[in-house]
Design a binder for this molecule. Structure first.
Ligand code: AMP
Ligand code: GLY
Length: 435
């Protein structure tokens, strides 16, 4: 079949790469793609958020399957419009995408479904939000303040005490931190534990769990510094053993799918549960309505079988075949100068010089290594930086230490001006014993 992938980040490179290796897939196109995706797919110059442009292109080409990567086009109703045109789509409806687009909606679904999550409140009023934060801070040293809308993983502030909470509430409501995302804030209990990302293919009430992953959200080693979209990920993770995976399916993924179906918003696509595994069991931090980024890079490095056939099955409401290699995978994100802050602006009247990436071929030639591109662009015969997260250097190995060491050997071959990355992806070790 002929497949169109929508998006142009590391997740979409991993999807296009795995689709291009699928026996059922004859060709892959990607809109808009990036320099790495161009090696496995033909690029279509239509932006991932240009719903009209994408519908016109996809309907005109008559693809056999459209796979939507990012959340924004799903929240804009791209999957609904493509389905109306009779196309088969892997990606959820606008109504189901609310599970990611509104944290308050997600909390309501969890309450209805009995899914464990942090105590929370949603507020449009600064004083009420601050007073609720004060209540939570009488029981814990910290509290979490989140923008209610889509914020690319950056609209979350962990606050030490009331003063910080008040400042976070004020700036999120004012939209200072994430432009426009802050008309409403969610204030919630700070949870202690280890994070894990558990995704599942979902068709209505039926769920097929994928291998568990672990993201590394803050920009600096040791889990400190500002939140990012994710600085690296591993799969599998020592946080989720077989028993816990079964519990997550039973207590989180299946009841959430059921609650969405019962609410008249049946989910079709991939549901992502961001979890904190606490001493009392898993608690949901967030749901996403799409594959995780960077989790998809190590996840698909381990996928066995025909990804195209699996995604088509979901698009057609059939049971997919899902299997993963017992090998481990580790993805280290190489970020641009100043990420997760905005790119440095050049002096007015001048253009930013292109930042050339060196060593891609050498890194990619190492055994077990795939360099997924995120923010890259080709300019003549060079690959240059074009986003905050630039590359996801991914390696598989016999076990996690082997995969880590292969990934970091590959990282050592790559260089670009301003490049920074975490040196401790996959190095957290075993979690403490839990109940
Ligand atoms: P979210 O976008 O809601 O997943 O939040 C982004 C990140 O903030 C999570 O991956 C956690 O690292 C952290 N975080 C969010 N909510 C909490 C919480 N209730 N307790 C502790 N950390 C949290
Ligand atoms: N890596 C976190 C996310 O995809 O939201």
């Amino acid at each position: 079949m002929r497949v169109l992938v929508v998006g142009g980040g590391g997740r979409e490179h991993a999807l296009a790469w795995a689709l291009s290796r699928s026996p059922s897939v004859r060709s892959v196109a990607c809109a808009p793609g990036n320099a790495g995706i161009a090696e496995v797919a033909s690029l279509v110059p239509v932006g991932a958020e240009d719903v009209d442009g994408l519908v016109t292109h996809a309907a005109g080409e008559g693809y056999d399957l459209v796979v939507v990567g990012p959340e924004v086009p799903l929240a804009l109703g791209l999957a609904d419009e493509l389905r109306e045109r009779g196309l088969r789509v892997f990606g959820c409806s606008r109504a189901a995408a609310e599970i990611e687009g509104s944290k308050a909606f997600a909390k309501e679904v969890m309450a209805r479904a009995g899914v464990p999550t942090a105590r929370w409140g949603a507020f449009t009023d600064e004083a009420h939000a601050a007073s609720f934060a004060g209540d939570l801070l009488r029981r814990a040293r910290r509290v979490v303040v989140k923008a209610d809308g889509l914020a690319a993983g950056k609209g979350v502030v962990i606050c030490d005490g009331e003063e910080q909470a008040r400042e976070a509430i004020r700036s999120l409501l004012a939209g200072d931190l994430v432009g426009g995302a802050g008309a409403r804030v969610v204030v919630e209990e700070f949870l202690i534990g280890r994070e894990a990302s558990c995704m599942a293919l979902v068709d209505g009430e039926r769920v097929w769990p994928l291998a568990a992953c672990e993201d590394h959200k803050t920009v600096h080693d040791g889990d400190v510094g500002p939140m990012t979209g994710g600085m690296g990920a591993i799969s599998p993770t020592p946080v989720i053993d077989g028993a816990l995976a079964a519990r997550v399916e039973r207590e989180v993924l299946a009841p959430t799918a059921r609650a969405l179906a019962e609410a008249g918003r049946p989910f079709s696509g991939v549901l992502y549960a961001g979890l904190m595994v606490t001493a009392d069991g898993p608690r949901v931090l967030e749901f996403n309505c799409r594959f995780g980024d960077p989790e998809t890079q190590p996840l698909l490095a381990r996928f066995e079988g025909d990804l195209g056939a699996a995604l088509l099955a979901i698009a057609e409401g059939r049971a997919p075949t899902v299997a993963f290699s017992p090998r481990a995978a580790c993805c280290v994100v190489l970020a641009a100068r100043n990420y997760p802050g905005p790119p440095e602006r050049p002096p007015s009247g001048t253009r930013s010089p292109a930042v050339v990436i060196e060593g891609l071929a050498e890194a990619g030639a190492l055994e077990g290594v795939t360099v997924f591109h995120a923010g890259t662009r080709r300019v003549r015969d060079q690959v240059v930086v074009s986003g905050g997260r630039v590359l996801g250097v991914t390696a598989t190995g016999a076990d996690l230490p082997d995969a880590r060491s292969r990934a970091y050997d590959a990282v050592a071959k790559i260089h670009f001006d301003g490049m920074h990355f975490r040196r401790d992806i996959g190095a957290r070790g075993e979690p403490p014993a839990r109940r």
